[in-house]
Design a protein around this ligand. Sequence first.
Ligand code: ADP
Ligand code: MG
Length: 242
Amino acid sequence: MIEAKNLTKDYGNFRAADNVSFTVEKGDILGFLGPNGAGKSTTMKMLTGFLSPTGGTGVIGGNDIQQNPLEAKRLFGYLPESGPLYTEMTVKEFLTFIAEIRGYHDKDAAESVIKRAIKICHLKEVRNQTIETLSKGYRQRVGLAQAVLHDPPCLILDEPTDGLDPNQKREVRKLITSMAKQKAIVLSTHILEEVDSMCNRIIIIANGKVIVDSTPDGLREKHPGKSLEDIFCDLTTSQKGS
Ligand SMILES: Nc1ncnc2c1ncn2[C@@H]1O[C@H](COP(=O)(O)OP(=O)(O)O)[C@@H](O)[C@H]1O
Ligand SMILES: [Mg+2]
């Protein structure tokens, strides 16, 4: 469903993403893991068509993001790293605006998808508040609500639990896990326990390169006696300066 094909991005002489490839099928939650600056956001921006690659491409449900952007964009929801803009809008106004952009021109149809997104993301009590007045946890849920609004088969989530407190993290993880069966999901994170609790697949990226494509259990089997955190640190520090 989601395919990164040799995605590469150069900023001047600096290669932020280097030949990144992976595929995610329906039912998968892929944890896209890497230290800060590893190239996670850059890869996700290319995959979703928000940044043009130096090389390679993204394919969503068979549609190349560069050749068929409209078809591809219908099939995924994207939570960008910066969270929702238009903070002067209320939650309801923002989601109404997004519904309009996504082609829900019929008022009843729009109402129904907005209601559903508000319900799934537990936003009912803040729906008439402006986004700027919301806590980080609620803002992140607004970001998720816009990503799931059109009930896409694919979700691409850039650090969905970043900046949340433990309770909020747990809520958002539950929310994502509850959608997993019907969707192909890739989420970036630098939190190991998150990958362990949610993801059936794991990709580790360091210095723009994929250095591991495995499962949490597969990784532990390969490095017996070590925690995921130890493995992650060993693998990513040994990459430094290479
Ligand atoms: N617009 C840009 N111009 C130059 N360098 C950038 C730009 N965006 C990101 N980078 C660099 O690319 C690298 C990867 O960044 P990013 O993809 O945001 O990493 P991550 O999301 O894994 O933390 C970092 O070293 C970052 O400083
Ligand atoms: Mg990032």
